[in-house]
Design a protein around this ligand. Structure first.
Ligand code: ZN
Ligand code: ZN
Length: 267
């Protein structure tokens, strides 16, 4: 299984997941052109994608979706309640996106990848986290949530690669430039994860089988990649886990992380 985070921040989210002969795009927050450019930078072609899976309707996750879906003519998987919220814009005659809806909490398969969806606490209509399984390997994408409830922890058990939100430093947020209402929104139980909450998850709940932990969806106003790296490293150190840590950069795609069975696990 191979995963690359093409973008992860408050201004655009998209992740590439490849296993067996199946290639998925998770969220489409970049423009069609930028998505193609970043796929090309990791040696992939947008035309080879089999499907797009969407976590929720916020624009940083769907801004490029109408253009990509029209252009690539591949199925788009959305939750039943999220699907009606997408503005597909002008459609040429006969060019309708192929929308496949799922019930949040259900599982389905796309090609060779088994996908599980689960509800996350966020101020969207029906937001989901996602796990991807192929031949005993499991990857997960969990961003945009105000806290980490038990059902999310449950779904993250046995995850070998995890893209997890580490959105803001609480002190930076409090003294930062956002208006008070927005600060409250970000801090709320339907907002975004702070660095400290993410560190607590690493210390207490990150599965010992995790090979790669990518922290993402960093706020560009209320966080620093170096701070995220430092806090997470301390938490990983507390646990003594052999996990590889990466912090997603907003402006460029990550390297391609390759997962291998039996590697990185101390049991
Ligand atoms: Zn977001
Ligand atoms: Zn969101």
């Amino acid at each position: 299984m191979r995963v690359s985070v093409l973008a992860s921040s408050s201004s655009g989210n998209s992740t590439f997941v490849h296993a067996g002969g199946t290639r998925l795009l998770v969220d489409a927050g970049l423009s069609g052109k930028e998505t193609k450019a970043r796929l090309a930078a990791i040696g992939e072609e947008a035309s080879q994608l089999d499907a797009i899976v969407i976590t929720h309707e916020h624009s940083d996750h769907v801004a490029g979706l109408p253009a990509l879906a029209k252009n690539l003519r591949i199925p788009v998987y959305l939750s039943r309640l999220t699907a009606p919220l997408i503005d597909w814009g002008e459609m040429k005659r006969g060019v309708q996106p192929r929308v496949e809806t799922f019930q949040a909490g259900s599982a389905f398969r796309v090609g060779e990848i088994e996908i599980e969806t689960f509800t996350i606490p966020h101020d969207a209509v029906d937001p989901v986290g996602l796990t991807f399984r192929h031949e005993g390997l499991k990857a997960a994408v969990v961003t945009d949530l105000g806290y980490i409830p038990e059902n999310v922890k449950f779904h993250l058990r046995g995850t070998h690669l995890l893209l997890l939100e580490s959105n803001h430093d609480l002190d930076m947020l409090k003294v930062g430039p956002y208006p008070w209402a927005l600060k409250q929104r970000v801090m709320s139980r339907k907002g975004h994860l702070s660095n400290d909450v993410t560190a607590q998850f690493i210390e207490h709940d990150l599965d010992a089988c995790a090979q790669t932990l990518i922290l993402g969806h960093l706020s560009e106003n209320n966080n620093y990649p170096a701070l995220v790296d430092l806090i997470a490293r301390q938490a990983i150190g507390q646990r003594g886990l052999p996990v590889r840590l990466a912090v997603a950069e907003p402006g460029r795609q990550s390297e391609v992380f390759t997962l291998e069975r039996g590697a990185g696990s101390a049991g």
